[in-house]
Design a protein around this ligand. Sequence first.
Ligand code: GLC
Length: 475
Amino acid sequence: MWWRDAVIYQVYPRSFQDSDGDGLGDLPGIEQRLDHLTWLGVDALWLSPIYPSPMHDFGYDISDYKGIDPVFGSLDDFDSLVAAARARGLRVLLDVVPCHSSIEHPWFSEHPDWYIWREGPNNWLSAFGGSAWSPLNGRYYLHSFYPEQPDLDWRNEEVIAAMQDALRFWIDRGAAGYRVDAIDRLLKDPELRDDPPATGEPFGLPLSDEELKLALTHSRNAPDTPKALARIREAVGDHLLVGEVYLPSAKWQPYLEHLDVAFAFELLHARWDASLLRAAIEATTRRPGAAWVLSNHDFGRLVTRFGAENARSAALMLLTLPGPAFLYQGDEIGLADGPGGERVYDRAGRDRFRHPMQWDGSPNGGFTTGDPWLRAVEPERVNVEAQRDDPRSTLSLVRDLLALRRVLGDGLELLEAAPGVLAYVRGEHTIAVNTTADERPAPLDGEVVLETDPGALRGRTLAPHSGAITMGLPG
Ligand code: GLC
């Protein structure tokens, strides 16, 4: 259970480090930067998809489950990266996308029966808006996401065998496990019946206006989904499986029979308000299985999501909850979202969350010697080099948190605290965050071991937008 309290660093390979000057990140680039990750103190890295892809969804549309896209390098580069990571004690997790392939995967033309077809569309919605069905040769195929991502039929044994083969392929090459994409869409109603109208019972996580009108009981989360997960488990043995299951934690149980952990979306979606954060943490920790995450390539970065003034406290919270935590590249230096398309699920909508990592203060932030696919965001101010030796930087704070995290005790006790203050105990340590713009009393006693900003804790009062950790229990 190496992952039990691990920090897993999300690398978005297209945007981490370019080694060949084409303006796109690649595997040799990641390898060159591994020392940053060991210096920071993370346990593992998770790579968003690196497989061959026409890149309609930047790799979440896979056209070969057992290769490396030439943009990112070769299988040799992958082997070299895994070996270099291992030599530093870092594990490498991959991303697997079982729900759908690329429309350009040879399977789509060679095995059309591996996909899901209907004479005409039903009312199912694509996660990115509009109908989940597109016409082809007089029929309609299902795509839970973009039309270039046709859904595979997980009730077809040949599909399962092909996917198991791919899963084993990367485990045999040294992958430590997988982040499993879009599990809520893996299996749907076998009769492809319409989604009924919404009942008024809240879904528990944000949905689009279109989705809110429907009960979404047939288009996703079919009751036999755990059977499909069991087949994924069968292929990977006891390697780590982290599920992207878009459901509130109260509905995780059947999925967690086969996954190790699931992303805690309730906390990711909570506004920066102590009572909402507390409610999300309380709900999610009622059972084991949470993997904490506050930012990624779909939702944007801490600084933009919670406000620059709260980003450091958000990092403090993320990295002191019990269980594995996922840290998105760039959040350790307080990188902000950059320019991107207007609507999030338009083609370029999520670009704003994906601007390249910034290593130094040069115009491209040291990401590339060429023309970067997306521009740097204030690299002169926000970069690794400038922050490394500054004890007050966000990077130093994150590094200190990673070190401190190793000595936090088991369990979690949420404390009663003043409005606007989130406070909890982990073993011998007490952690508190003030989510407001005013000074607030906090249940912190004992020796101060970490503050988001110097002087954040004044006696038993937390400065606005700050957090602190003390050694000692509230009296
Ligand atoms: C997941 C990924 C997202 C992708 C979608 C379809 O939600 O995180 O980036 O677009 O699945 O594969």
